[in-house]
Ligand binder design. Structure first.
Ligand code: G1P
Length: 261
């Protein structure tokens, strides 16, 4: 069964400056690999048949790395990439206009009804790929699936925030409302959206017509808010170790963690 995963990697990496001065965030070392390699492995292990990378036009290192990925055959958790048949597509995001804009660039390459998204900044260390689990739950519930993480209340304005409805079972809960980086006074919830999504391609109808939102950018969460009016969303809690490797502390912590394994 075909399964597409979109990996946006065109972000400027300003929080990691000056490390990202000459190397994009995705190409920074993480353990024995690059940040992007973990997202690719997670895609492969979740059954991806097509991986769409949204890249910055001048990121020659990333382009070379992807073009050479079958030859180098060096990925975390994956013994031999040649056992997988993957269609790698690189799409250039000419101007960084936000996560929603980046995802929308993948539209013309997706033919299935649902697809996955992995944000490489959210490094989740697990041999049991969460996106695989999200895809199974999505097929089962015929719904959109988000990944959630409880955060401290003072951090809600840094993330997409999930407000829950009363419905829940042991492995997932129903989403009532979503807000992109709200002021702490504007939400009772402290459940953040982590960078894994399994979504209906109907999301593109909204991404096409969205006005810029938070920070003047096209926000994926704003499109999710629109889709939530006609489709169900459920959230799975992240159970695995997670680091925000887009921040200096998270990046250093992740490298320390990996060096002690
Ligand atoms: C993006 C999303 C946000 C989500 C976060 C997860 O924010 O817009 O909703 O919570 O990823 O990492 P960004 O990290 O691009 O600011």
């Amino acid at each position: 069964m075909s399964h597409t995963v979109v990996i946006p990697c065109a972000g400027k990496g300003t929080r990691l400056y000056p490390m990202t001065k000459n190397t994009s965030k995705s190409m920074l070392d993480l353990g024995n690999f690059k940040i992007i390699d973990y997202a690719i492995s997670e895609s492969l292990m979740s059954g991806a048949t097509k991986i769409i990378l949204i890249i910055s036009p001048d990121d020659l290192k990333l382009k070379k790395h992807i073009n050479n990925i079958y030859n180098s055959n060096k990925l975390p958790f994956v013994q031999d990439i040649n056992k997988f048949t993957i269609d790698f597509i690189m799409v250039e995001q000419i101007t960084p206009k936000g996560l929603g804009d980046a995802i929308n660039l993948a539209k013309v390459h997706i033919s299935e009804n649902h697809f996955g998204i992995i944000l490489p900044d959210d490094f989740i260390f697990s041999t049991n790929p969460i996106l695989k689990n999200m895809r199974e739950v999505s097929l089962n519930l015929k719904s959109n699936i988000l990944l959630g993480k409880k955060i401290s209340k003072d951090l809600v304005s840094n993330f997409g925030i999930i407000e829950l409805s009363d419905y829940k079972n042991s492995s997932y809960r129903k989403v009532a409302c979503l807000k992109e980086k709200p002021h702490p006074n504007n939400t009772q919830s402290n459940i953040s959206i982590l960078g894994r999504y399994y979504l209906s391609t109907k999301i593109f109808d909204y991404l096409d017509i969205l006005n810029p939102g938070h920070g003047g950018e096209i926000q994926l969460t704003d499109a999710l808010v629109e889709l939530l009016k006609s489709e169900n969303f459920y959230v799975i809690d992240n159970q695995s170790i997670h680091f925000d490797v887009g921040s200096k502390d998270g990046y250093n912590d992740a490298n320390n963690y990996l060096s002690q394994l």
